[in-house]
Design a protein around this ligand. Structure first.
Ligand SMILES: [Zn+2]
Length: 115
């Protein structure tokens, strides 16, 4: 995908505006592993708080339509290398711990997922 189309769904910054920012695509749901769905829901609620993140098709669409969040919304430790090109498999945006907590509470203790 060409860099000029990269844009953050959260803050709207584009690669053209800041060459040092990296963009990270929404997680691929695939076969719907609980930890992947949970992570995707956190990204979704962070970016689109008015949407229903329980809708699996919505989550799939975020990935299939190449939606991205920029590196500004992740802590240093979320990146798996120094130039921030890759993000930790379980990374969630900064200040989304309350979303994680709520979703885990909704799922109940038997569905507790470590991220
Ligand atoms: Zn951003």
């Amino acid at each position: 995908m060409c860099d000029q189309y990269r844009k953050c769904v959260k803050c709207g910054v584009s690669a053209a505006q800041d060459p040092f920012i990296t963009f990270h695509r929404f997680p691929k749901i695939g076969n719907g592993k609980p930890e992947t769905v949970l992570r995707s829901r956190i990204w979704a609620e962070f970016s689109f708080p008015n949407q229903n993140s329980a809708d699996i098709n919505f989550l799939k669409k975020l990935h299939s339509s190449h939606k991205m969040i920029c590196s500004r919304h992740f802590a240093e430790f979320a990146f798996s290398n120094i130039n921030k090109m890759r993000i930790n498999k379980f990374a969630i945006p900064i200040d989304t711990e309350h979303i994680l907590q709520r979703l885990q509470d909704e799922a109940g203790p038997t569905h507790h997922v470590e991220v």
